[in-house]
Design a protein around this ligand. Sequence first.
Ligand code: NI
Length: 183
Amino acid sequence: MAILKIARMGHPVLARVADPVEDPTDPAIRDLVADMIDTMIDAPGTGLAAPQVYVPLRVVVFFVRPERTTGMEGDTPVDLTVLINPVLEPLGQAANAAFEGCLSVPGLTGKVNRFTHLRYSGFGLDGQRIERTVAGFHARVVQHECDHLDGILYPQRMDDLAEFGFVEEMRRRAAEQTQETQK
Ligand code: NI
């Protein structure tokens, strides 16, 4: 187990389509996942995709803390999940916008539209199939992480680059806008 270096936006490993994992129960995948979890917790982050640690395979890890959920039906907290060869299926066209960050885009945040309802499936380290129907923040995290497997970073999903900036500045802006509306 080890904390790995995280690739940053601009590195080619983040821009390519990752390869499927042939055998989710392969001990090498188990070792990779252990290192990804260490790296994600150390960062800290709520999700990590294998290409972010320079491994172009279709593996993501994530969790959702109760305080991050939106209250939307289906937006459930989830314990640490390992998803290998994930498949995403949006349920309907409903989407909402919220700010995201990414360990490969450090210090920055941007507003991204994501599907609010999603069914996802994939395989765990035991080779067992996982299938869940989720919504809200949970659905957002899964979409963000699985985008990494197709070489897509969240800025590429943004509709308005005016909503992209450094976390400190965007927080200041949000606080000032709140004050404005209170005047
Ligand atoms: Ni990311």
